[in-house]
Design a protein around this ligand. Structure first.
Ligand code: M6R
Length: 613
């Protein structure tokens, strides 16, 4: 969950690396560092600058430092082994070999014991430094960094991506991986290696994705790929469509706020490829699964983590109601360890914005081993999950940089609508009229979302009062229940406030005891088939002294009468309501966190892409 950047080329490596790290800071931000060649032409050594804290601390230190070389590496860290500190910050450098690492070396204790016996002296508490020691020993033997990597790779177990450089080979970068992503940007007379395309797109749009147990060897302007056994391999150069301006804040205070406001466009972009405008019906384009395969599905398992899991939970309601297929929805870290029974003719649907979440990827692999058909919903194309699934649906949200997921969530809700409608269509579970009506409603969502974004102002003004509550209970029924869960997650991760998401009907079974006048209730209560029952739950909460924000449909007097604040959403069908309801709960969390002075884009202890278990 760290960010890695390496650069060789004519530009100032410091600028390229720090610029790249800035775009990868979402991956981890407890310390950062660079190692860049410096010194007279024929006697260059790595000058290492590291700092505890966010990248800004490193940038301050680097203001007065310059480098003469054209090769360097950098890292932004999310601590696993060793507390966040300068001493544990990467790069780790041993005898002229410097490296950055993302992941965990699981056999680090054995390696450390062996190295200690040989007299190694350690200068950090990390597992990563040990790999630098191993490489330093092997370059002494072989005189070549690539050969050293070939020898060290089989000694490592765990999930890692590692980028190494050696001062004796000042135009060489060698990187390898098993797990966390690594991407090579192939530029004009320059090479960038990074954890994510966002660090590369300012320099080139030509990239190569490294697979597990592959090694990339950059020498000057040349790049070659090898298997772990040293056999040359041919790799496809992919042209990426994301652009550099998509990863800027465009005048917003935070990426998260920008991304919230991008949501109408994100939903439209998710839908666009899958709508037949002539027939006004869903056509799943380029999904990679045949109608026959989709017709044969008898059970769906939806597997994801965090916000993607909550989107999946909404998908359960959609698929069951629209396509009449039973659905189980699982948290990936639970699914993979519970010996799941996956009957024949099951579809495993994995959802992941990043496409790199370790547990989701492992669950996908497990399902494939069991012989199941798999389909992924990802935002990042060519990410590990996207590459490994049989079928593919794309969020098309553009880069999501705020650690809190927003636009990927609503794009996924839109895709789950489309998938459910299409499954309903090919299986004959849905009349053409019903499909067209549901689709029409979905296509109206982007313009309705624009109207809901006006609540930005309301929450900006209300935030000071809202942050004073002891906690917030989010509640909803049916397909609105996952939105309650998502609202609570957003508040926890951004405002560090106690929040719970509950199925409103479950309230009397425990959480009612939490309610008093210091507890805020956010009741998601649109005019759908559960409306009356949810309204009764709202009355129960109010009778216990809870303060109420209700989110409902249109000008609802009954809700207004029993709420401290009533937020009105445009009239929509049940399948579209969650897309509209997402916006107020996101804005609430954003503004409360902002009013508390938190770093909204980089909440404490978190990283956007969770590539370790
Ligand atoms: O990239 P993924 O969708 O697989 O990520 C899953 C979760 O880590 C992610 O949704 C996380 O819960 C977000 N920080 C929530 O805002």
């Amino acid at each position: 969950m760290c960010g890695i950047v390496g650069y060789y080329g004519p530009k100032d490596p410091k600028d390229v690396i720090v610029g790249g790290l800035k775009r990868l800071e979402y991956r981890g931000y407890d310390s950062a560092g660079v190692a860049i060649l410096d010194g007279p032409k024929n006697d260059q050594h790595f000058k290492v600058v590291r700092a505890e804290g966010k990248l800004g601390e490193l940038a301050k230190k680097l203001e007065t430092v310059s480098f003469t070389g054209h090769l360097g590496i950098g890292h932004t860290r999310w601590a696993t082994h060793g507390v966040p500190s300068e001493r544990n910050a990467h790069p780790h450098t041993v005898d002229g070999v410097s490296l950055v690492h993302n992941g965990i070396i699981e056999n680090y204790q054995d390696i450390k014991a062996d190295l200690a016996r040989e007299g190694a002296v350690f200068s950090s508490d990390t597992d990563s430094e040990l790999v630098a020691h191993l490489l330093a020993r092997k370059v002494k033997e072989t005189g070549d960094l690539f050969k050293a990597v070939e020898l060290v790779l089989p000694m490592l177990t765990g999930a890692y991506s590692i980028l190494a450089v050696w001062e004796k080979q000042p135009d060489v970068m060698v990187a390898f991986k098993n797990g966390p992503p690594l991407i090579v940007g192939v530029g004009e007379k320059e090479m960038v290696i990074a954890s994510d395309v966002q660090a590369i797109i300012s320099h080139t749009n030509k990239v190569v994705y490294l697979e597990d147990f592959e090694i990339v060897f950059v020498k000057g302007n040349d790049v070659k790929f090898f298997s772990a056994a040293g056999a040359p391999i041919k790799k496809e150069v992919v042209t990426i469509t994301w652009t550099a301006d998509q990863v800027e804040k465009a005048g917003y205070k935070h990426f998260m706020l920008k991304e919230i406001h991008e949501q109408p466009r994100a939903v439209a972009a998710a839908c666009a490829p899958h709508v037949n405008l002539e027939t006004k019906r869903v056509k799943l384009s380029d999904v990679g699964l045949s109608d026959e395969q989709l017709r044969g599905i008898e059970r769906v398992f939806i597997i994801a983590c965090g916000t993607s899991y909550y989107a999946g939970l909404a998908g359960k309601y959609l698929i069951e109601q629209l396509a009449k297929i039973p659905v189980e929805c699982d948290i990936a870290s639970e699914f993979r360890y519970r010996d799941p029974v996956i009957p024949p003719r099951s579809l495993i649907l994995t959802i992941s914005q990043s496409g790199e979440t370790a547990d989701t990827l492992a669950a996908l692999r497990l399902a494939k081993q069991a012989g199941a058909l798999t389909l992924s919903i990802c935002n990042v194309r060519a990410s590990s999950i996207d590459r490994e699934a049989h079928g593919h649906l794309y969020m098309n949200s553009g880069p999501e940089i705020g650690v809190a997921s927003t636009k990927a969530f609503v794009s996924t809700l839109a895709l789950l609508n489309l998938l459910s409608l299409y499954l309903g269509q090919v299986r004959g579970a849905l009349s053409v009229k019903d499909e067209q009506h549901a689709l029409e409603q979905l296509l109206a969502a982007p313009s309705q979302m624009e109207a809901v974004l006006a609540y930005d102002k309301f929450f900006a003004e209300a935030a000071q009062k809202l942050k004073a509550y002891k906690g917030i209970l989010f509640m909803g029924r049916g397909i609105n229940y996952p939105i309650a869960l998502e609202g609570a997650l957003k508040l926890k991760e951004l405002a560090y406030m106690h929040a719970e998401g509950y199925a409103a009907g479950e309230m009397k079974h425990g959480p009612l005891a939490l309610i008093d006048e210091r507890m805020l209730i956010v009741m998601v209560c649109p005019s759908d088939r559960n409306y009356e029952k949810t309204l009764s739950n709202l009355e129960e909460a109010r009778a216990r002294g809870g303060r109420i924000i209700s989110i409902g449909t249109g000008d609802n007097h009954a809700l207004k009468a029993v709420s401290d604040h009533y937020l009105s959403l445009p009239k929509a069908e049940w399948n579209v309501n969650p897309i509209l309801e997402s916006i107020p709960v996101q804005l609430l969390a954003y503004h409360v966190a902002n009013a508390m002075g938190h770093d909204v884009d980089q909440p404490r202890n978190l990283a956007k892409s969770v590539t370790v278990e």
